[in-house]
Design a binder for this molecule. Structure first.
Ligand code: B16
Ligand code: MG
Length: 218
């Protein structure tokens, strides 16, 4: 039997928390007199909290003290936590459970590969924690996406070679990380934005079970 490792990003792939990150960062940026667009926001997707704030400060050409930096990080996360507080299973993106269940029934490795330090609580809220053999999140890696560490750690914990792993990602940084790990990258979102991925689908409703089975058989 073929065993492949399927590694799922969280924000923007399993749940639409990418919109909450955007709202929280925009509010914070406004509070320090910085404005950024939805196109610029693509650069924040998949990127750690620290790196995201560094980018925003750079866009606004702002220099702040270390203490201020820390307190802005706390404000952003508090605001974000306010958004995710009431999340439940209704916020799981369409057809994600169908694909997860198919992989589990077919004894494939299933891992989470997220940059978020809030990944565990979010998976618990939407009742998906038990679907994953392995969780790798922002608390378990030192180098964020586009570095491949998060996905290579997932493969290692699944005990599956990187070349036998498939990554689902909505972020440019995440697709780059999957490619750098020598894994098959599947972009979830816009074809142009995610053009570096091996395959791109708008969402999981476009991914057939036949395609998943074909990935398993390779
Ligand atoms: P947190 P993913 C990423 O999660 C988000 O895409 C990114 O916008 C966020 O800054 C990062 O997690 C850190 O999240 O502030 O919750 O630790 O897409 O890799 O699942
Ligand atoms: Mg994401």
């Amino acid at each position: 039997m073929n065993t492949k490792g399927f590694i799922f990003d969280l924000d923007g792939v399993i749940v639409d928390t990418a919109k909450y990150h955007f709202l929280a960062w925009q509010k914070l940026a406004k509070s320090i007199g910085v404005d950024f667009t939805e196109t610029q926001n693509e650069q924040l997707k998949g990127v750690s909290r620290v790196k995201s704030l560094e980018k925003i400060l750079n866009w606004g050409q702002k220099t702040i003290s270390k203490d201020e930096f820390e307190s802005l990080m706390v404000s952003k996360n508090d605001d974000y936590l306010g958004h995710i507080n009431d999340m439940d299973a209704t916020e799981i993106l369409p057809d994600v459970p169908k694909i997860l269940n198919y992989l589990i029934e077919n004894k494939q490795g299933v891992a989470l590969g997220s940059a978020s330090k809030n990944a565990g609580p979010i998976l618990e809220k939407v009742n998906l924690l038990s679907k994953f053999d392995v969780i790798v999140d922002g608390n378990s890696v030192t180098k964020g996406k586009p570095d491949p560490e998060v996905f290579l750690t997932g493969a290692k914990l699944l005990k599956i070679e990187a070349k036998n792993c498939i990554v689902f990602e909505d972020a440019v940084a995440g697709v780059k990380a999957a490619n750098a790990a020598n894994m098959i990258s599947i972009g979830i979102g816009d074809k142009e934005t995610l053009h570096e991925a091996d395959y791109v689908f708008s969402d999981f409703t476009e991914i057939s079970i036949e395609f998943i089975q074909e990935l398993i058989n390779r």
